[in-house]
Design a protein around this ligand. Sequence first.
Ligand code: GUN
Length: 294
Amino acid sequence: MTAALLDGRLLAARIEENLRAEVSTFGEMLGRRPRLAVVLVGDLAASGSYVASKRRAAERVGIDSLLVERHGLVETNELVELVDGLARDEQGPVDGILVQLPLPPRVDTVAVLDAVPPDRDVDGFHPVNAGLLSQGRPRFIPCTAAGVQRMLIDAGIETAGRHAVVIGRSDIVGRPLALLLSGRGAGGDATVTICHSRSADLAEHARRADILVSAVGQPGLVTADMVKPGAAVIDVGINRVASASGGSRLVGDVDFDAVREVAGWITPVPGGVGPLTVAMLLSNTLLAAELRLR
Ligand code: GUN
């Protein structure tokens, strides 16, 4: 059996098409476009490229973006003040504020993220939004977790009553995704196991999964013997590894070639979950703009 490919680019393009129309309606009502502020700190090439792709996507659907960059030595309080200033619309009206992670090690990431007001927290990282999600009344859902759920719903992959295993317990992906999959309604009602670096016998847990999600960042973590035949395998990992030609290439956490012979569905890397993360960010930004009208 060869798994069906879950094409994130195609789905993201469809979502963007709908968003473009909604953004345009919003613009007609308010006389301005929704606006997203993106804070990029440090010199990580990967972060720079993610931010560029988020801004290009915003442009495609008619959302304005403001890039605020800080390089060199940066202190926590400087970043908190920067976010506070954005929240006071000091650089023009801003509907959504995103602080690209990771921040440099010397910076207190939690303090900076907590400075983003919950009603502009398009990443869904603020404790208020995390709390609302955990109570089953989500407002801003972390983008990658929302994207994975959207992908399952769109592909018609049943989650109700199924066993989902999420490898990774991060606040960005693993934990919110486990909440979504175990919550009520479409793309939910699953029985969920969260595995992490201290889990005993990861392979045994994984083999019981109807839906297996890996969000760790470890190439080759999920091998074919860990996958139940016919399972949906969702690869959230993005890892840059050396390629045979001497350059580098992107791979996920899943041993793609071997696992696709066992799984029922599989996401490629790149072109799987990544584009959906961006589409969900755009959707959250429109929601933030609409919330300001209420
Ligand atoms: N770095 C990796 N993933 C994310 C994300 O979803 N949001 C932000 N802000 N930074 C990230």
